[in-house]
Design a protein around this ligand. Structure first.
Ligand code: GLN
Length: 449
């Protein structure tokens, strides 16, 4: 049924870079055989899954939507993918994304654009735009994305589905092509909070992954407590966030309605002040590019990926392969990172950004002494038209609500709130919480469904 849905709908949506019917049907046949043999089936047996194309899966290419890796065959499978497959998911294919996950609209994919299933003239968000669109279009039930500065929560918001960025360290990053190693985190997209809880059980159930030293044991059943009452819980609101420039009236209105809904269910709304939040975007666009520059140095035109032919020497080989293998945004990030890490400049920006990171983390920790969760928008506006935001700095500002959560490493979830009063496109709220309290976020999210 999923292959049929992809066949019928993906021509218009273009969520996939590669569809992998053989892998999916093989996995399905194994489940059928297990069922016929009377074996107990794993919890997600037969659930179709889309995988962001920065995650390795043997039998597929892992392109990161880049010419640089256009022909790169995965030589091993990422732990997050492996765990979803162990839980019984069927790998339907690899989903489109912004090149190397740089972006908020999936427009920087080197291959094609992905259209928002709600209005194909609009972006699905990014960078995990293909993963979000595949679920929103009903082509798959679950998908995996990665979130370095909002790339799960923002496309979930623009596509009207649920997207969770777990706490940094909850899900292994082994086998996921690195962007900003101190910020990157893998998480699931689903149509409901319960679906996302099921996916989280698969992702974290087997505990610590020895292949990722930052991966933590979080032995938690995400389905437990899903239906708990939120009575007596304290929900924080950041007043400056609700007045931010660029926040559209319809999103603000929807988030305020969500706050009242939580209040009606017995939660208490509390205003919290996070004085250093203003520095979050600037700090992120120093730390992110610096780490990206370091991580992407491995694409040297020799060891991996695109190789320019006919070069006279090694220097040309490397620089021409990089010049022709990377797209504009990937180059912009790496040049920025190279500059920020150069001597003389390093102290001024990188060091300052790390200080801001500590202050923002302390702000959140202080807020969580007063509240259990904080409610805010996920994206300042609904899905925009292709080409509408052409200035990179404007695009960076669309991450206003998601970025500070990666800076402090905590969890955040995007929950759909129906259609906006003005654009009639999906609007959503974001709930964020303390480190490794992601299960509680699902309980709050469920209360808004
Ligand atoms: N939009 C942000 C960026 O361009 C976040 C991307 C992400 O989370 N991968 O860096």
């Amino acid at each position: 049924a999923s292959l049929d849905a992809i066949e019928v709908r993906d021509g218009a949506v273009k969520a996939f870079l590669q569809v992998s019917p053989e892998l999916a049907l093989d996995a399905a046949a194994r489940i059928d055989a297990a069922r016929a043999a009377g074996e107990t089936l794993p919890p997600l047996a037969g659930v179709p899954l889309a995988i962001k194309d920065n995650m390795n899966l043997v039998g597929t290419r892992t392109t990161c939507a880049s010419r640089m890796l256009e022909n790169y065959e995965s030589v091993y499978t990422a732990t997050c993918v492996e765990r979803m497959l162990q839980a019984g998911c069927l790998p339907m294919g690899k989903a489109n994304m912004d090149e190397f996950a740089f972006g908020s609209s999936t427009e920087s994919s080197a291959f094609h654009r992905t259209n928002n299933p709600w209005d194909t003239e609009r972006v699905p968000g990014g960078s995990s735009g293909g993963s979000a669109a595949a679920v929103a279009a009903g082509e798959v039930a679950l998908s995996l994305g990665s979130d370095t500065g909002g790339s799960i929560r923002q496309p979930a918001s623009l596509c009207g589905i649920v997207g969770l960025k777990p706490t940094y360290g909850a899900v292994s990053r082994y086998g996921v092509v690195a962007f900003g190693s101190s910020l990157d985190q893998v998480g699931p997209f689903g149509r409901t909070v319960e679906d996302v809880a099921l996916a989280m059980n698969a992702l974290v159930g087997a505990g610590h992954d020895p292949y990722d030293c930052t991966s933590q044991d979080c032995p938690v059943d995400f389905l437990e407590h899903l239906e708990d009452s939120i009575e007596g819980k304290r929900v924080g609101i950041i007043p400056s966030f609700m007045e931010a420039e660029g926040l559209t009236f319809e999103v603000k209105q929807a988030v305020e309605r969500a706050a009242h809904e939580l209040e009606a269910q017995g939660a208490q709304l509390v205003e919290v002040d996070l004085p250093h939040l203003d520095a979050a975007i600037a700090a992120y666009y120093v730390i992110g590019p610096a780490e990206a520059f370091s991580n992407l140095a491995r694409f040297d035109g020799i060891r991996y990926g695109y190789q320019e032919e006919g070069c006279a020497n090694l220097t040309d080989q490397s620089s021409l392969s990089r010049a022709h293998g990377f797209g504009a945004e990937a180059k912009r990030r790496q040049m920025l990172g190279a500059y920020l890490l150069s001597s003389g400049v390093y102290d001024k920006y990188y060091y300052a950004a790390q200080k801001a990171r500590t202050l923002i983390t302390q702000d959140y920790n202080r807020a969580y002494e007063q509240v259990d969760t904080i409610l805010m928008p996920a994206s300042p506006r609904t899905a925009f038209k292709f080409g509408e935001i052409s200035d990179p700095t404007q695009m960076y500002l669309s991450d206003l609500y998601t970025i500070s959560i990666n800076i402090c490493g905590n969890g955040g979830i995007s929950v759909p709130l129906g259609l906006g009063a003005d654009t009639h496109l999906p609007v959503s709220a974001q709930l964020v919480g303390p480190a490794f309290k992601d299960r509680q976020l699902l309980t709050f999210a469920r209360a808004l469904e």
